[in-house]
Design a protein around this ligand. Structure first.
Ligand SMILES: O=C[C@H](O)COP(=O)(O)O
Length: 260
């Protein structure tokens, strides 16, 4: 597996927290941060944003030229047809999305999505040229080694028979929406296991492992280089917090290699 210094990947899902104008205002502020921040302009960090579906097109316009990528929080299992309320991969690709999130714990818990649906959505993203942000992670708190075993097994199930670069978002379900993220030891153990697993699979070259679950300023510096970035939720609602994480990256928090 060739090694190279990879940019730290910072993703933000806005979930359903903001209204439309708030989404656009937040995007303008984050684009302005990205435009001038040395971590972004030097290529040390790469940002992506997942707004609600109706905001994707205007967000694309606001991010144009900023180097910030964007995508969707979900994708249909099918590409077109009578699927009321769904948005297919070809549509997302056509409007410029780079990413499609799949398998988030909230979709599993609240909307009954299981492995079959998550695997089909992952396949839909890949066949349409979208990078899946595939969320994996254990349901309840367990020891780091056991969490790593369960999470690698989950990734194995969801990616079986697929090829292409993915973003594996390690999100222990118990750490989502919590006051604090998982411990640095826990995150590092699981992310390293996922990296090793991906690294042994050349058909997933170019993949990245990031951590999400109450992540915010101050976390990345404690994680060391095994973690390729962060998947942010509430703690990115303040654009200054995004700038603060970019400061950490500029000061040296960087993944050791891409999975390539
Ligand atoms: O999509 C992001 C994650 O679920 C994390 O959300 P949170 O940081 O608000 O817990």
């Amino acid at each position: 597996m060739p090694s190279r210094q990879a940019p730290v990947l910072l993703g933000v899902s806005l979930k359903m927290y903001f209204g439309h104008h708030q989404t656009l205002n937040w995007t303008r502020k984050v684009a302005a941060v990205a435009d001038r921040h040395p971590a972004v302009t030097s290529g040390a960090a790469k940002l992506f944003v997942l707004p609600p579906f109706p905001a994707i097109v205007p967000v694309a316009g606001l991010l144009s030229g900023s180097g910030v990528d964007f995508g969707a929080q979900d994708v249909a299992t099918e590409d077109s047809g009578p699927y009321t309320g769904e948005v297919g991969g070809p549509y997302l690709k056509e409007i410029g999305c780079r990413y499609a999130e799949v398998g988030h714990a909230e979709r599993r818990r609240l909307y009954g999505e299981g492995d079959t649906v998550v695997a089909a959505k992952t396949a839909a993203a890949l066949r349409n040229g979208l990078t899946p942000v595939l969320c994996v992670g254990e349901l309840d708190p367990v020891a780091p080694d056991e969490a790593a075993r369960r999470t690698v097994a989950e990734a194995e199930r969801l990616l079986r028979g697929r090829e292409g670069a993915v973003v594996l978002a390690y999100e222990p379900q118990w750490a989502i929406g919590a006051p604090e993220p998982a411990s640095a030891e826990h995150i590092t153990t699981v992310c390293r296991a996922l990296r090793d697993w991906l690294g042994a699979r050349p058909h997933h070259a170019g993949s990245t492992v990031i951590y999400g679950g109450s992540a915010g300023p101050g976390l990345l510096s404690r994680l060391g280089p095994a973690v390729g970035g962060l998947f942010l939720g509430r703690f990115a609602h303040d654009p200054d917090a995004v700038a603060s994480i970019l400061d950490e990256i500029r000061l040296g928090a960087a993944p050791e290699t891409a999975v390539a």
